[in-house]
Ligand binder design. Structure first.
Ligand SMILES: [Cu+2]
Length: 304
């Protein structure tokens, strides 16, 4: 069965082989003619008769060669652009600056866990700017554009863990927008998808306390430091219970960072804007559930 890696590599190798062949032919004839018709041997330039046959050959042969490259490329492109109907559908949320994968039963994950040998269709959703879903090992790359439904698909035929990168420069922590694609046996995948706790080798944030892990998995730490340094957003250390100056509907006021305030900051970040920071935090309704917000809050309580 064809795979994304197979079709892309096939086209690449074919085009490369053709180019190398042509390079050698052209250079060979160039040198040959330069020597054969050098000035010392031909003080008077030779007059070569016109030959429609030769002219036709050097128009038709390269045209055919280039056409085969085009057809090769087009077949691969069409293969990559048409996910089989029976694919496993995964929603891929791209946001500054993290990935989140959601399965049809609502299961969410910071790594893309997929079963071996199954067609997987990744539906790309951008929460903010243009990102690029890029899995070099599988040769797939597709932009996630706000307001546009795009997708990429693949079929993993070897177990292991591979990198998922963002291929569009999407802001300050673009280079940290990395997740793992982990290919596991189908039965393990199914158990995991149904909620069984399995720690797959290569998973990004294994062995962290639940609340802290969520902050990593849901991409909060790309803007919020768990220490006391300022990043894109305010630091989390010492936040709980502290006094925060915020702007609410244009009016400045001081509030205490209690559970209700933090909850609101997560679901509706634009409501209270912390003074000194831009209103750039993405709303996290799709990304964290009520239950998870609770776990984040209790983690922040302990982060003194
Ligand atoms: Cu990005």
């Amino acid at each position: 069965m064809a795979t994304s890696t197979g079709v892309v590599d096939g086209a690449l190798i074919y085009i490369l082989a053709m180019s190398v062949l042509l390079l050698f032919l052209i250079v060979f004839f160039m040198i040959y003619f330069a020597v054969r018709y050098r000035a010392s041997r031909n003080p008077v330039p030779s007059e070569l008769p016109e030959s429609p046959l030769i002219e036709a050959i050097w128009v038709i042969v390269p045209t055919l060669l280039v056409t085969t490259m085009f057809i090769y490329g087009l077949t691969g492109f069409r293969f990559l652009r048409s996910a089989p109907a029976n694919s496993l559908v995964v929603k891929v949320y791209a946001r500054q600056w993290s990935w989140l994968f959601e399965y049809d039963n609502g299961k969410k994950s910071a790594d893309l866990i997929v079963p071996l040998g199954k067609n997987v269709r990744c539906e790309l959703i951008s929460a903010d700017v243009i990102h690029g879903f890029y899995v070099p090992a599988f040769r797939i790359q597709q932009d996630a554009v706000p307001g546009l439904a795009t997708y990429a698909w693949f079929n993993a035929t070897t177990m292991g863990s591979y990198y998922i990168l963002c291929s569009q420069y999407c802001g300050r922590r673009h280079s940290a927008m990395i997740a793992k694609l982990i290919v596991v046996p189908p039965d393990q995948f199914e158990a995991w998808r149904q909620g069984k706790k399995i720690e797959f080798t290569g998973a990004s944030y294994a062995n962290m306390p639940a609340g802290e892990r969520l902050l990593y998995e849901r991409g909060c730490v790309s803007c919020h430091s768990l220490e006391d340094n300022k990043m894109m957003g305010p630091p989390f250390k010492g936040l709980f219970g502290s006094q925060v100056v915020v702007t609410t509907a244009g009016v400045q006021r001081t509030v205490v960072a209690d559970s209700a305030y933090i909850h609101k900051s997560i679901v509706d970040p634009g409501a209270d804007i912390v003074s000194g920071f831009p209103n750039t935090m993405p709303p996290s309704k799709d990304v964290v559930s009520e239950d998870e917000i609770g776990r984040i809050i209790s983690y922040l309580k302990g982060l003194k």
